[in-house]
Write a protein that binds this ligand. Structure first.
Ligand code: MN
Length: 263
């Protein structure tokens, strides 16, 4: 039996001109039919968003690879929803998001447009995989993305063979230069991330205060088995993430709170 080629949409949260999406699309072309659908500007840290009550404009884009590409004037999860709701006139199998130029680990993931666009894909019955590279605050144009192809093709191969449960994605984080060649993969859980944000207040030329979140980059824990820990030791971190945010372990306790007791 001849296997049908995968129909793949490549998206990101950094915008269609970011170097990471070029590296990802180039890798994806080796295993399927690729269409790029990505925001026309940077939506990093936009979280899981949806355009309600606002039109979306979709423009063909001259992407520097021989694939159809569209830029949209809305966010990353909208790109996945467009693909899932039939914009391309065909069933899309796989949404690949990234490659983000900084890690998306631990508590970053609800902020991350890279991760949430992969989660959005699962809502519309597509496989979602998020890819982020940890280049330690380097500018995206200075990052070496050459390991991308090795990692992306390996992850896709295994996902094809084993399948993922519904509403579940893989959050893949890899170092710019893995400690091993070929890279070593670790299955991880979300670690802790200590944010070192500071609220910066300044005054504008009209004497009105404005605020920025400043401070230093977050610090991740290095515990064994966590995404941040294994990534910091030069491994490729693979974390399964799902849309169910329920704190299941709290349910039995919470039930004993006497919600329906009348004093
Ligand atoms: Mn980003």
């Amino acid at each position: 039996m001849i296997e049908k080629p995968l129909e793949i949409v490549v998206t990101n949260d950094d915008g269609i001109t970011a170097p990471g999406i070029l590296a990802l699309a180039k890798a994806a072309m080796k295993v399927g039919n690729v269409t790029v659908i990505a925001p026309d500007k940077n939506w990093s840290a936009s979280g899981h968003q949806k355009s309600l009550g606002k039109p979306m404009r979709v423009e063909p884009f001259a992407f520097p690879l021989d694939v159809p590409a569209y830029s949209i004037d809305r966010g990353p999860s909208d790109c996945s929803a467009l693909a899932g709701l039939g914009f391309l006139g065909k069933k899309v199998d796989l949404v690949l998001s990234g490659v983000n130029p900084t890690a998306n680990i631990s508590r970053d993931i609800t902020y991350s447009g890279t991760v949430t666009s992969a989660l959005e894909a699962t809502i519309w019955d597509m496989i979602g995989i998020a890819f982020s590279l940890d280049a330690e605050e380097k500018k995206p144009q200075d990052i070496d993305f050459s390991i991308t192809e090795t990692v992306v093709l390996h992850v896709i191969e295994l996902v094809k063979r084993h399948k993922l449960p519904p509403f579940t994605i893989l959050n893949v984080n890899f170092p710019e230069f893995p400690a091993n060649d070929p890279p070593v993969y670790k299955i991880t859980r979300q670690g802790s991330r200590i944010y070192q944000d500071e609220l910066i207040q300044r005054v504008d030329p009209f004497n009105r205060p404005y605020y920025w979140f400043g401070g230093s980059p977050p610090i991740g824990d290095c515990d064994e088995g966590t995404d941040c820990g294994e990534l910091s030791r030069g491994f490729v971190s693979i974390t399964p993430i799902h849309l169910d945010l329920t704190a299941h372990q709290l349910i039995p306790d919470l039930e004993k709170w006497g919600w329906n007791d009348r004093a």
